[in-house]
Design a protein around this ligand. Structure first.
Ligand code: TYD
Length: 218
C-alpha cells in the first residue's frame, strides 16, 4: 500500500536513540536544497503544533503513562501529522523527509513494550489510512555505543535499560529483513560523512525524477 494516490516521495529515517538521524537528515536537507529541491522535513512525534503538545506528554509526562496509553499517543500524533501535513505535501508532489514513522512504533511499543508488533503496525496503518514510506533508511548501531554518544539529559524512553534498546534494534533489523523492498540498513557506527555518502547513494536514483524541471547535478 504505497502512497499511490500521490506523486511525492516519502522518505523515513529510523533507528535507536542517538543513532545520528538528526545529523543525517540535516545533511540530506542541505543536499536536496543544493540541487534545487525544497523538501518537507518533519518528524514524529511532534511534526505539528498539536503533535508537539503530544510529544511533551509522551516524553516528559507522568511516569504512570502505561504502554497502551503511550502507543495511542504516538498513534494520535501520527494520524494528525499524516492527514494534515504529510499527505497534502505528497499530493503536491513534494519530497517528505521524516524522522521516525510507524516502524518506530512497531519496534518501541510493539516489541520493546511487548504490545505485539502486528497489533501496533495495524494501529498505525489504521491511524494513517495505510500510508507506507517509499523508502526507509535504518541507521543501525549497538545501543551501548549510541548511549555513550549522549550528552544531554535523558528523556523517559532513553532512561530505559540497555536491554530495552537491544530489543528495539533486533526488531528494526527483523523489519528490514521482512520489508526489503523499502528498507536499507546503514551501519551508523561509521563517520557522519561516510553515512551521508551511503544515504545519498541510496536516495539519488529516487530523487532524480524530481529534478526534471530543476537544475541537475550532472
Ligand atoms: P526524540 O527526541 O525525537 O528521539 P530521536 O532523536 O531518537 O528520534 O524522541 C522520540 C522518542 O520517541 C524516541 O525515544 C523514540 C520514541 N518513539 C516511540 O517510542 N514510538 C514512536 O512511534 C515514535 C515515533 C517514537
Amino acid at each position: 500500500m504505497r502512497n499511490d494516490s500521490s506523486h511525492g516521495l516519502f522518505i523515513t529515517f529510523e533507528g535507536g536513540d542517538s543513532c545520528g538521524k538528526t545529523t543525517q537528515i540535516e545533511l540530506i536537507r542541505q543536499w536536496l536544497t543544493s540541487v534545487g529541491i525544497d523538501p518537507v522535513v518533519t518528524r514524529e512525534p511532534g511534526g505539528t503544533p498539536l503533535g508537539n503538545k503530544i510529544r511533551q506528554l509522551i516524553l516528559h509526562g507522568p511516569d504512570d503513562i502505561d504502554a497502551r496509553c503511550e502507543a495511542l499517543l504516538y498513534a494520535a500524533d501520527r494520524a494528525y501529522h499524516i492527514a494534515t501535513k504529510v499527505r497534502p505535501a505528497l499530493a503536491d508532489g513534494r519530497i517528505v523527509v521524516q524522522d521516525r514513522y510507524l516502524d518506530s512504533s512497531v519496534a518501541y511499543q510493539g516489541t520493546a513494550r511487548a504490545l505485539g508488533a502486528n497489533e501496533i503496525r495495524d494501529l498505525s496503518l489504521w491511524a494513517t489510512n495505510n500510508l507506507l514510506p517509499d523508502v526507509t533508511l535504518l541507521l543501525d548501531i549497538d545501543p551501548a555505543v549510541a548511549r555513550a554518544r549522549r550528552t544531554r539529559e535523558l528523556d523517559r524512553l532513553e532512561r530505559e535499560p540497555l536491554e530495552f534498546h537491544s530489543r528495539i534494534r533486533e526488531q528494526y533489523l527483523a523489519l528490514a529483513d521482512a520489508n526489503s523492498d523499502r528498507f536499507h540498513v546503514i551501519d551508523a557506527s561509521a563517520t557522519p560523512d561516510q553515512i551521508h555518502t551511503r544515504v545519498k547513494a541510496i536516495l539519488d536514483p529516487l530523487v532524480r525524477p524530481y529534478l526534471s524541471d530543476l537544475k541537475r547535478e550532472d
